[in-house]
Design a binder for this molecule. Structure first.
Ligand code: GAR
Length: 194
């Protein structure tokens, strides 16, 4: 049994997909949500799912202070793996180094194409016939860490339909990879699956 923390800034649909997949699997626990934006829907989702949530404010203080609070929350919750799910901040070196190999991110593009923001829209506007999603380890760059897995998504009829398809692909790929990583944490093998 391993423990997962999720960092999210907004809607939290990937957080919910991860939490529900872990619950359905039964072998590991979604132990904590960390959110940097007051009022984010991710916080509401955590309340509904009964998962402890911690709001860490960045406004009005140095980034290092907010990150020290995140670091302490992760240690307090005794987590084994950290999943960024729409956490729209670049993390500083101390957190990234502490969690090297144990911190992953989902990105709505076939990296290394379209890092950063508005990725689906930019791929759509470029006329790409194929879009996709990437799960990767987090390093100090923006969406640059080692790629763990990708899923391809054909361009849809409209931007909205394509966005929905990309999000569905994230909700399928990310939990699958996170469950595999949790299973691989030494001493954390899930006591199940016949
Ligand atoms: C997701 O599409 C995620 O891939 C993206 O933000 C969205 C969050 O949605 N992340 C990035 O673009 C990171 N560079 P969600 O809050 O509903 O999970």
């Amino acid at each position: 049994m391993a423990r997962l923390a999720v960092l999210a800034s907004g809607n939290g649909s990937n957080f919910q997909a991860l939490a529900e997949a872990l619950r359905a699997d039964g072998g590991h626990e979604a132990a904590l949500l960390v959110c940097d934006r007051p009022g984010a829907f991710a916080l509401e989702r955590a309340a509904r799912l009964g998962i402890p949530a911690r709001l860490v404010r960045y406004a009005g203080r140095p980034r290092e202070d907010a990150e020290a609070e995140i670091a302490a929350a992760l240690e307090d919750a005794d987590v084994d793996l950290v999943a960024l799910a729409g956490f729209m901040r670049l993390l500083g070196p101390s957190l990234v180094e502490r969690w090297e190999g144990r911190m992953v991110n989902v990105h709505p593009a076939l990296l290394p194409a379209y890092p950063g923001t508005r990725s689906i829209e930019r791929a759509w506007e470029a006329g790409d016939a194929e879009l996709g999603v990437t799960v990767h380890f987090v390093d100090r760059g923006m969406d640059t860490g080692r790629i763990i897995g990708q899923a391809r998504v054909p361009r849809g009829e409209t931007l909205e339909a394509t966005e929905e398809a990309v999000h569905r692909a994230e909700h399928a790929l990310y939990p699958r990879i996170v469950l595999d990583l949790l299973d691989g944490i030494p001493g954390a093998e899930a006591p199940r699956r016949t």
